[in-house]
Design a protein around this ligand. Structure first.
Ligand SMILES: Cc1cc2nc3c(=O)[nH]c(=O)nc-3n(C[C@H](O)[C@H](O)[C@H](O)COP(=O)(O)OP(=O)(O)OC[C@H]3O[C@@H](n4cnc5c(N)ncnc54)[C@H](O)[C@@H]3O)c2cc1C
Length: 376
């Protein structure tokens, strides 16, 4: 194939699979490596909220346009991947309710409302009766709420499976249980990957290893600060099972202490803690207690629901909580990580921006503030 390149991608989460699919669609040869089962990292553990609006907090103004750009790509992306694979990825456009249960919560809601309005996003302010009309099973303690009609959800596990299927159908090779232990360079250019004793020649490598991106020998280094540019931020999650014909919640629901994400099949995903505990994957009783207690506070009917699952995951967080995209100091080695708690939302945007960059050498304007060089 003339003009076509060969790419090696480290990490088969939504980032690696999304970029791999986009490259393969344009005729390039792609191999994606994963140290475990492809797609079972943070991308599996997430809640799947596409919450560019409500999840933006004071201090995150500069990231808001990037998140909104990602949000806008979702309707077309859902159609494209569903048509191509025949798979339903559980995209639900119900909007998100942010509920106040305590006196202090109302202050938090007001602050978020003012912050977003200042940044050009207007939310609906709902009084008690309106909230209860939309979600009749909420606790009577809920006395006001914000409604964000643009914050939706996708079933991130279904998304990961669909990306996997789209990659395979487009000719991408996916190697599960194939850890890359070293990225080897020669004369400032990436030259090879070491994987399970093999040395694989590689001229175009994309590092998408999520929370583990700074752990691989030969990964790009930055020389300021004590933290690596990417570190794991643990999140503990739970799921309860509702009757899908009679769900007790239909919108994504937030309080300042917990969020609840009702899936089409009645699964109620509950999250999440934010714990700086390195690569620990233990489930701790205190975290489960916190999530269940806060869920009960806002949705008392949860008491009768069966517990379906509990799990933990590691967000790939960066020093400034923004993504790390594009070139590194090593020629031929690119990076897409650091998406923190927005990596599912960012999937279509990062896949498109990175594929364009890898093919043309030009980084799109929206990705330019997010290169690794900002930490140097
Ligand atoms: C509890 C929780 C809740 C979240 N909720 C949301 C949400 O609601 N909305 C949202 O947008 N985002 C959410 N996120 C964030 C989102 O999940 C991540 O930002 C996103 O999944 C990151 O995707 P990734 O492909 O970069 O990483 P991952 O999915 O972690 O993929 C990285 C892959 O690299 C592999 N790997 C690592 N080292 C190597 C190696 N040496 N060789 C080969 N492979 C390697 C790993 O096995 C892994 O499969 C949440 C995250 C967590 C943990």
């Amino acid at each position: 194939m003339s003009g076509k390149k060969e790419f090696h991608i480290i990490g088969a989460g939504v980032a690696g699979l999304g970029i791999g699919w986009r490259l393969a669609q344009r005729g390039h040869r792609v191999t994606v490596f994963d140290k475990g089962e492809a797609g079972k990292g943070a991308s599996w553990a997430a809640a799947g909220m596409l919450a560019s609006i409500l999840e933006s907090e004071p201090g995150e103004e500069s990231l808001l346009p990037f998140l909104l750009e990602a949000q806008n790509l979702w309707p077309d992306f859902v159609k494209e991947i569903s048509d191509f694979t025949g798979l339903d990825i559980g995209y639900r456009q119900t909007g998100t309710i942010f509920a106040a249960c305590e006196r202090d919560d109302a202050g938090i809601l007001r602050q978020r409302y003012d912050f977003l309005q200042k940044n050009g996003v207007t939310l609906e302010w709902l009084e008690r009766e309106t909230v209860r009309a939309r979600e009749p099973f909420l606790s009577p303690r809920v006395y006001s709420a914000l409604y964000s009609p643009g914050d939706h959800q996708v079933d991130n596990r279904a998304l990961t499976l669909a990306l996997h299927a789209a990659c395979l159908a487009s000719g991408v090779t996916i190697r599960s249980h194939a850890p890359v232990s070293e990225i080897m360079s020669e004369g400032g250019h990436v030259a090879a990957l070491r994987c399970m004793g093999d040395m694989i020649p590689a001229q175009n490598v994309v590092l998408c290893a999520g929370a583990w991106s700074a752990e691989i020998r030969g990964a790009p280094e930055v020389n300021s600060g004590n933290l690596p540019p990417v570190y794991p931020l643990k999140g503990q999650m739970l799921a309860l099972q509702m009757d899908p014909k009679h769900p007790i919640l239909t919108h994504v629901l937030w309080t300042p202490r917990v969020y609840l994400v009702p899936r089409k099949d009645g699964r109620l995903v509950i999250g999440a803690t934010m714990e700086d505990r390195g690569f620990e994957s233990l489930q701790r009783a205190g975290s489960v207690l916190h999530l269940l207690r806060e869920t009960f506070e806002v949705l008392p009917g949860m008491e009768e629901l069966p517990l379906a699952e509990s799990w933990t995951g590691l967000r790939p967080s960066s020093r400034d909580d923004a993504p790390i995209l594009g070139p590194t100091g090593i020629k031929g080695l690119s990076i897409a990580t650091g998406q923190h708690r927005h990596g599912i939302l960012m999937t279509p945007l990062i896949a498109g921006l990175m594929a364009d960059y890898l093919i043309t050498g030009k980084l799109g304007a929206s990705a330019r503030p997010y290169t690794l060089a900002r930490f140097g």
